[in-house]
Design a protein around this ligand. Structure first.
Ligand code: DAT
Ligand code: MG
Length: 139
């Protein structure tokens, strides 16, 4: 399986703005198959655990508060070269630097409220998918 799965979240700003459907359509149109998906909300505690790797960064508190501020969609996606291709589809972290046609260029509000998450490695895709989905929810 290594190399063909990634993990994504549609973040609270994008869900609140009614962009969930449009973003899922972009993901499917780009050739990603949805393996597992849930509509949920993170507590501050869980958001803090998910982003623990950024604990020492100055924006960590803001990030945790934002990611627990509203509903999200979490999903495991499958495609050849999933991690790299999905990072290309979402664009740069800062929407001001994101390429035309990317999800963040279209829907992100700022570097913090940037519409979507995408795993940065095969290893993290596995860890992040396991964070949200049990073995019975991953096929
Ligand atoms: P990415 O989500 O593109 O992988 P990252 O892993 O460096 O980016 O950071 C995780 C999230 O933290 C990012 O999606 C939004 C937030 N973030 C990153 N840099 C930030 C900054 N300089 N100011 C505010 N929030 C930031
Ligand atoms: Mg990251």
């Amino acid at each position: 399986m290594a190399g063909n799965r990634t993990f994504t979240m549609i973040k609270p700003d994008a869900v609140a703005d009614g962009n969930m459907g449009a973003i899922l359509k972009m993901i499917e149109d780009a050739g990603f198959k949805i393996i597992s998906m849930k509509y949920t909300r993170l507590s501050a505690d869980l958001a803090g655990k998910f982003y623990e790797v950024h604990k020492e960064r100055p924006f960590y508190g803001e990030l945790v508060e934002y990611m627990s501020s509203g509903s999200i969609v979490a999903a495991i996606l499958e495609k050849d070269n999933a991690v790299a291709d999905f990072r290309t589809l979402i664009g740069a972290t800062n929407p001001a630097e994101a390429a035309e046609g990317t999800i963040r260029k279209l829907y992100a509000k700022s570097i913090g409220e940037n519409a979507v998450h995408g795993s940065d490695s095969d290893e993290n895709a596995q860890i992040e998918g396991n964070f949200f989905f049990s073995q019975f929810e991953r096929f």
